[in-house]
Design a protein around this ligand. Structure first.
Ligand SMILES: [Zn+2]
Ligand SMILES: [Zn+2]
Length: 304
Protein backbone atom coordinates (compact mmCIF):
# COMPACT_ATOMS: atom_id res chain seq x y z
CA UNK A 1 0.00 0.00 0.00
CA UNK A 2 2.86 2.36 0.89
CA UNK A 3 4.50 1.63 -2.47
CA UNK A 4 1.24 2.27 -4.26
CA UNK A 5 0.74 5.64 -2.57
CA UNK A 6 4.35 6.73 -3.14
CA UNK A 7 4.53 5.69 -6.79
CA UNK A 8 0.98 6.89 -7.47
CA UNK A 9 1.56 10.29 -6.00
CA UNK A 10 4.96 10.39 -7.66
CA UNK A 11 2.91 10.73 -10.85
CA UNK A 12 -0.04 12.79 -9.63
CA UNK A 13 1.72 15.12 -7.22
CA UNK A 14 5.24 15.05 -8.68
CA UNK A 15 5.01 14.76 -12.46
CA UNK A 16 1.53 16.17 -12.92
CA UNK A 17 0.47 18.86 -10.42
CA UNK A 18 3.98 20.03 -9.48
CA UNK A 19 6.10 19.83 -12.64
CA UNK A 20 3.49 20.12 -15.39
CA UNK A 21 0.96 22.55 -13.95
CA UNK A 22 2.96 24.36 -11.25
CA UNK A 23 0.02 24.05 -8.88
CA UNK A 24 2.27 24.41 -5.82
CA UNK A 25 5.80 25.31 -4.81
CA UNK A 26 7.98 22.98 -2.77
CA UNK A 27 11.66 22.89 -1.75
CA UNK A 28 13.87 21.22 -4.36
CA UNK A 29 14.58 18.01 -2.35
CA UNK A 30 10.83 17.53 -1.86
CA UNK A 31 10.33 17.93 -5.61
CA UNK A 32 12.96 15.27 -6.33
CA UNK A 33 11.40 12.97 -3.72
CA UNK A 34 8.01 12.95 -5.49
CA UNK A 35 9.43 12.95 -9.01
CA UNK A 36 11.50 9.84 -8.13
CA UNK A 37 8.21 8.09 -7.29
CA UNK A 38 6.87 8.82 -10.78
CA UNK A 39 10.09 7.59 -12.37
CA UNK A 40 9.85 4.35 -10.39
CA UNK A 41 6.32 3.92 -11.75
CA UNK A 42 7.86 3.62 -15.22
CA UNK A 43 6.64 7.01 -16.38
CA UNK A 44 9.86 7.71 -18.31
CA UNK A 45 11.87 10.94 -18.21
CA UNK A 46 10.02 13.61 -16.21
CA UNK A 47 10.79 16.30 -18.83
CA UNK A 48 9.40 14.16 -21.66
CA UNK A 49 6.26 13.32 -19.63
CA UNK A 50 5.59 16.99 -18.94
CA UNK A 51 5.99 17.84 -22.64
CA UNK A 52 3.38 15.22 -23.57
CA UNK A 53 0.93 16.29 -20.93
CA UNK A 54 1.17 20.00 -21.76
CA UNK A 55 0.46 19.14 -25.38
CA UNK A 56 -2.56 17.10 -24.21
CA UNK A 57 -4.01 20.19 -22.53
CA UNK A 58 -3.30 22.43 -25.52
CA UNK A 59 -4.85 20.08 -28.09
CA UNK A 60 -7.32 18.10 -25.95
CA UNK A 61 -9.33 15.62 -28.02
CA UNK A 62 -8.21 16.97 -31.38
CA UNK A 63 -7.57 13.81 -33.44
CA UNK A 64 -3.97 13.51 -34.57
CA UNK A 65 -2.95 16.46 -32.37
CA UNK A 66 -3.71 15.39 -28.79
CA UNK A 67 -1.08 12.71 -27.97
CA UNK A 68 -3.59 10.25 -26.49
CA UNK A 69 -7.20 11.12 -27.25
CA UNK A 70 -9.49 8.06 -27.46
CA UNK A 71 -10.89 9.70 -30.61
CA UNK A 72 -7.78 8.15 -32.21
CA UNK A 73 -8.80 4.72 -30.84
CA UNK A 74 -9.08 3.11 -27.40
CA UNK A 75 -5.89 1.09 -27.75
CA UNK A 76 -4.07 4.19 -28.94
CA UNK A 77 -5.23 6.11 -25.83
CA UNK A 78 -4.33 3.24 -23.51
CA UNK A 79 -0.78 2.50 -24.64
CA UNK A 80 -0.06 2.73 -28.36
CA UNK A 81 0.46 6.49 -28.11
CA UNK A 82 3.71 5.88 -26.21
CA UNK A 83 5.29 4.45 -29.34
CA UNK A 84 4.34 7.41 -31.53
CA UNK A 85 5.70 10.28 -29.47
CA UNK A 86 9.15 10.44 -31.09
CA UNK A 87 7.37 11.26 -34.36
CA UNK A 88 4.61 13.42 -32.95
CA UNK A 89 6.82 15.51 -30.72
CA UNK A 90 10.41 15.94 -31.97
CA UNK A 91 13.13 17.18 -29.60
CA UNK A 92 12.72 20.87 -30.60
CA UNK A 93 9.03 20.66 -29.75
CA UNK A 94 9.79 19.07 -26.36
CA UNK A 95 12.22 21.89 -25.62
CA UNK A 96 9.59 24.51 -26.41
CA UNK A 97 7.08 22.87 -24.07
CA UNK A 98 9.42 22.58 -21.10
CA UNK A 99 11.61 25.68 -21.22
CA UNK A 100 11.09 26.04 -17.45
CA UNK A 101 12.48 22.57 -16.61
CA UNK A 102 15.08 21.85 -19.26
CA UNK A 103 17.94 23.38 -17.30
CA UNK A 104 17.29 21.46 -14.10
CA UNK A 105 20.59 19.61 -13.54
CA UNK A 106 18.94 16.45 -12.17
CA UNK A 107 15.79 16.23 -14.30
CA UNK A 108 17.68 16.56 -17.57
CA UNK A 109 19.89 13.57 -16.68
CA UNK A 110 16.95 11.25 -17.38
CA UNK A 111 16.39 12.52 -20.91
CA UNK A 112 14.86 15.45 -22.73
CA UNK A 113 13.20 13.70 -25.67
CA UNK A 114 11.09 10.69 -26.66
CA UNK A 115 14.00 8.51 -27.77
CA UNK A 116 14.15 4.78 -27.05
CA UNK A 117 17.29 5.55 -25.03
CA UNK A 118 15.49 7.46 -22.30
CA UNK A 119 12.76 4.76 -22.12
CA UNK A 120 15.38 2.01 -21.81
CA UNK A 121 17.24 3.94 -19.10
CA UNK A 122 13.97 4.20 -17.14
CA UNK A 123 13.25 0.50 -17.64
CA UNK A 124 16.74 -0.60 -16.47
CA UNK A 125 16.67 1.64 -13.40
CA UNK A 126 13.21 0.24 -12.54
CA UNK A 127 14.42 -3.34 -12.95
CA UNK A 128 17.51 -2.66 -10.82
CA UNK A 129 15.39 -1.18 -8.01
CA UNK A 130 13.03 -4.20 -8.03
CA UNK A 131 15.96 -6.65 -7.94
CA UNK A 132 17.35 -4.70 -4.98
CA UNK A 133 13.94 -4.97 -3.25
CA UNK A 134 13.89 -8.73 -3.89
CA UNK A 135 17.33 -9.20 -2.29
CA UNK A 136 16.80 -6.75 0.55
CA UNK A 137 13.23 -7.58 1.60
CA UNK A 138 12.41 -10.99 0.07
CA UNK A 139 9.88 -12.31 -2.44
CA UNK A 140 6.68 -11.13 -0.66
CA UNK A 141 7.80 -7.49 -0.70
CA UNK A 142 8.96 -7.96 -4.30
CA UNK A 143 5.58 -9.30 -5.49
CA UNK A 144 3.67 -6.65 -3.54
CA UNK A 145 5.85 -3.98 -5.13
CA UNK A 146 5.33 -5.45 -8.58
CA UNK A 147 1.53 -5.54 -8.25
CA UNK A 148 1.46 -1.98 -6.90
CA UNK A 149 3.69 -0.82 -9.76
CA UNK A 150 1.50 -2.43 -12.41
CA UNK A 151 -1.66 -0.83 -10.96
CA UNK A 152 -0.02 2.57 -10.69
CA UNK A 153 1.45 2.36 -14.19
CA UNK A 154 -1.98 1.81 -15.74
CA UNK A 155 -3.81 4.46 -13.70
CA UNK A 156 -2.79 7.49 -15.83
CA UNK A 157 -3.51 5.47 -18.98
CA UNK A 158 -7.02 4.89 -17.62
CA UNK A 159 -7.35 8.64 -16.99
CA UNK A 160 -6.26 9.36 -20.57
CA UNK A 161 -8.78 6.88 -21.91
CA UNK A 162 -11.90 6.48 -19.74
CA UNK A 163 -11.92 10.09 -18.54
CA UNK A 164 -12.18 11.23 -22.17
CA UNK A 165 -15.01 8.88 -23.21
CA UNK A 166 -18.52 10.28 -23.44
CA UNK A 167 -20.31 7.24 -22.01
CA UNK A 168 -18.29 7.26 -18.77
CA UNK A 169 -18.84 9.32 -15.63
CA UNK A 170 -20.21 12.85 -15.62
CA UNK A 171 -19.23 16.48 -16.05
CA UNK A 172 -19.29 19.40 -13.61
CA UNK A 173 -18.09 21.89 -16.22
CA UNK A 174 -18.89 22.40 -19.88
CA UNK A 175 -15.38 22.57 -21.33
CA UNK A 176 -14.47 22.35 -25.02
CA UNK A 177 -12.96 18.84 -24.75
CA UNK A 178 -14.49 15.44 -23.89
CA UNK A 179 -13.12 15.27 -20.31
CA UNK A 180 -15.24 13.45 -17.70
CA UNK A 181 -15.19 12.74 -13.97
CA UNK A 182 -15.10 8.96 -13.59
CA UNK A 183 -15.44 7.83 -9.93
CA UNK A 184 -13.58 4.49 -10.12
CA UNK A 185 -10.69 6.15 -11.93
CA UNK A 186 -10.86 9.00 -9.41
CA UNK A 187 -10.09 6.60 -6.59
CA UNK A 188 -7.63 4.39 -8.47
CA UNK A 189 -5.60 7.29 -9.87
CA UNK A 190 -5.24 9.11 -6.52
CA UNK A 191 -7.80 11.80 -7.34
CA UNK A 192 -6.92 12.32 -11.00
CA UNK A 193 -10.07 10.72 -12.36
CA UNK A 194 -12.00 13.93 -11.54
CA UNK A 195 -10.61 14.85 -14.88
CA UNK A 196 -13.37 17.17 -16.08
CA UNK A 197 -12.68 19.38 -13.06
CA UNK A 198 -8.99 19.26 -13.96
CA UNK A 199 -9.58 20.29 -17.58
CA UNK A 200 -11.81 23.13 -16.40
CA UNK A 201 -9.12 24.39 -13.99
CA UNK A 202 -5.79 22.82 -15.05
CA UNK A 203 -3.68 24.80 -12.58
CA UNK A 204 -5.72 23.92 -9.50
CA UNK A 205 -3.83 21.68 -7.05
CA UNK A 206 -7.19 20.23 -6.04
CA UNK A 207 -8.99 18.02 -8.57
CA UNK A 208 -11.83 16.64 -6.42
CA UNK A 209 -14.23 19.55 -5.81
CA UNK A 210 -17.59 18.17 -4.68
CA UNK A 211 -17.85 16.51 -1.26
CA UNK A 212 -17.83 12.98 -2.65
CA UNK A 213 -14.94 13.56 -5.08
CA UNK A 214 -12.19 12.13 -2.87
CA UNK A 215 -8.76 13.33 -3.91
CA UNK A 216 -5.96 11.81 -1.84
CA UNK A 217 -3.30 13.78 -3.72
CA UNK A 218 -5.03 17.00 -2.67
CA UNK A 219 -5.21 15.76 0.95
CA UNK A 220 -1.44 15.19 0.81
CA UNK A 221 -0.79 18.65 -0.65
CA UNK A 222 -3.00 20.18 2.05
CA UNK A 223 -1.01 18.30 4.70
CA UNK A 224 2.29 19.39 3.15
CA UNK A 225 1.11 22.99 3.35
CA UNK A 226 0.27 22.58 7.05
CA UNK A 227 3.74 21.08 7.62
CA UNK A 228 5.42 24.00 5.84
CA UNK A 229 6.56 21.81 2.93
CA UNK A 230 4.40 23.45 0.25
CA UNK A 231 3.35 27.01 -0.51
CA UNK A 232 1.68 29.14 -3.22
CA UNK A 233 -0.92 26.42 -3.72
CA UNK A 234 -3.35 27.14 -6.55
CA UNK A 235 -6.92 26.52 -5.36
CA UNK A 236 -10.02 25.92 -7.51
CA UNK A 237 -11.48 29.13 -8.89
CA UNK A 238 -14.91 27.87 -10.01
CA UNK A 239 -17.88 26.23 -8.35
CA UNK A 240 -19.09 23.09 -10.09
CA UNK A 241 -22.60 23.08 -11.49
CA UNK A 242 -24.24 19.72 -12.03
CA UNK A 243 -25.83 19.16 -15.45
CA UNK A 244 -29.32 19.17 -13.93
CA UNK A 245 -28.68 22.32 -11.91
CA UNK A 246 -27.22 23.98 -15.02
CA UNK A 247 -30.31 23.07 -17.08
CA UNK A 248 -32.63 24.37 -14.36
CA UNK A 249 -30.68 27.61 -14.09
CA UNK A 250 -30.80 28.05 -17.89
CA UNK A 251 -34.55 27.35 -17.94
CA UNK A 252 -35.32 29.84 -15.19
CA UNK A 253 -33.08 32.42 -16.89
CA UNK A 254 -34.98 31.88 -20.15
CA UNK A 255 -38.27 32.33 -18.32
CA UNK A 256 -36.90 35.45 -16.64
CA UNK A 257 -35.69 36.87 -19.92
CA UNK A 258 -39.01 35.96 -21.51
CA UNK A 259 -41.05 37.71 -18.82
CA UNK A 260 -38.92 40.78 -19.20
CA UNK A 261 -39.36 40.76 -22.97
CA UNK A 262 -43.13 40.33 -22.64
CA UNK A 263 -43.26 43.17 -20.13
CA UNK A 264 -41.25 45.38 -22.48
CA UNK A 265 -43.66 44.56 -25.31
CA UNK A 266 -46.69 45.32 -23.13
CA UNK A 267 -45.25 48.69 -22.25
CA UNK A 268 -44.67 49.26 -25.96
CA UNK A 269 -48.33 48.39 -26.66
CA UNK A 270 -49.64 50.80 -24.09
CA UNK A 271 -47.42 53.52 -25.57
CA UNK A 272 -48.59 52.54 -29.02
CA UNK A 273 -52.26 52.89 -28.10
CA UNK A 274 -51.56 56.51 -27.37
CA UNK A 275 -49.70 56.95 -30.64
CA UNK A 276 -51.92 55.10 -33.10
CA UNK A 277 -52.82 51.85 -34.87
CA UNK A 278 -49.51 51.41 -36.65
CA UNK A 279 -47.63 51.30 -33.40
CA UNK A 280 -50.09 48.75 -31.95
CA UNK A 281 -49.31 46.42 -34.82
CA UNK A 282 -45.55 46.84 -34.30
CA UNK A 283 -45.88 46.13 -30.59
CA UNK A 284 -48.01 43.02 -31.23
CA UNK A 285 -45.31 41.69 -33.56
CA UNK A 286 -42.75 42.38 -30.81
CA UNK A 287 -44.85 40.38 -28.32
CA UNK A 288 -45.21 37.37 -30.60
CA UNK A 289 -41.43 37.47 -31.32
CA UNK A 290 -40.72 37.57 -27.60
CA UNK A 291 -43.06 34.63 -26.95
CA UNK A 292 -41.39 32.57 -29.73
CA UNK A 293 -38.01 33.42 -28.21
CA UNK A 294 -39.14 32.21 -24.77
CA UNK A 295 -40.46 28.94 -26.24
CA UNK A 296 -37.22 28.16 -28.05
CA UNK A 297 -34.86 29.09 -25.18
CA UNK A 298 -36.94 27.18 -22.64
CA UNK A 299 -37.08 24.02 -24.75
CA UNK A 300 -33.31 24.27 -25.44
CA UNK A 301 -32.66 24.54 -21.72
CA UNK A 302 -34.88 21.52 -21.04
CA UNK A 303 -32.84 19.34 -23.38
CA UNK A 304 -30.37 17.23 -21.28
ZN1 LIG B 1 -7.22 14.93 -20.16
ZN1 LIG C 1 -3.07 18.03 -16.44
Amino acid sequence: MGTMLYLGMGITLGYHRLLTHKSLKVPRPVMYFWVAGGYLALMGAPISWVAVHRLHHQKSDQPGEDPHTPRDGIEHALYKWMFTMHERQPSEEVRKQVADLIDDPVLKLFGIDHSAKQAQLCLWINIAVRVAILFAFGPVAFIANLLASITVFWSPQFVNTFCHLEDHGYRNFEVRDDSRNVPWVGLLAMGEGWHNNHHAMPRSARHGIRWFEFDITWCTIWLMEKMGLAKDIVRPSMQPVSAVAAARAAASKARGDGAELVKAAETAISHAREEGAEFVKAAETAISNAAANVMSTTSEAKAP
